[in-house]
Design a protein around this ligand. Structure first.
Ligand code: 5GP
Length: 115
């Protein structure tokens, strides 16, 4: 079982900021900015590669929730970054789909032109 399924099952603790029957959001254990929240589906989906048409509403809900959490944590006005790493080249470490919500600092540098 992956580590995020264990967090969903309350087998390991996390600082939860939102929960409903489909989605869990909690603080990243190694934040890269003052606000770093991971938004995950409770249903096990390994990565964006495993998404199907039937998951469109769930993914939409995760993005809308990210906006609401950003508002609650007062980073909306200055802005934030939403990120889904996918697979090896994408740098995904945990094999359970997750949307990073990162903000509270200037985050200009992560993606750069290659030419
Ligand atoms: P990825 O690189 O897969 O996109 O991101 C995985 C994220 O999960 C990393 O930012 C990492 O810090 C976070 N993470 C890994 N294990 C745990 C954990 O046990 N608890 C929490 N809260 N975050 C974790």
């Amino acid at each position: 079982m992956d580590i995020f399924c264990k967090i969903i099952n309350k087998e390991i603790p996390a600082e939860v900021v939102y929960e409903d029957k489909e989605i869990l959001a909690f603080r990243d254990i190694h934040p890269v900015a003052p606000v770093h929240v991971l938004i995950i589906p409770k249903k096990h989906i390994e990565s964006a590669n495993e998404l199907s048409d039937g998951d469109a509403q769930l993914i939409g809900k995760m993005v809308v929730l990210a906006k609401k959490i950003a508002q609650d944590l007062q980073i909306s006005e200055k802005g934030y970054k939403l990120l889904i790493r996918t697979g090896k080249d994408g740098g995904q470490e945990v094999p359970h789909l997750h949307l990073h919500l990162i903000g509270g600092a200037e985050l200009y540098e992560e993606i750069r032109p290659i030419n």
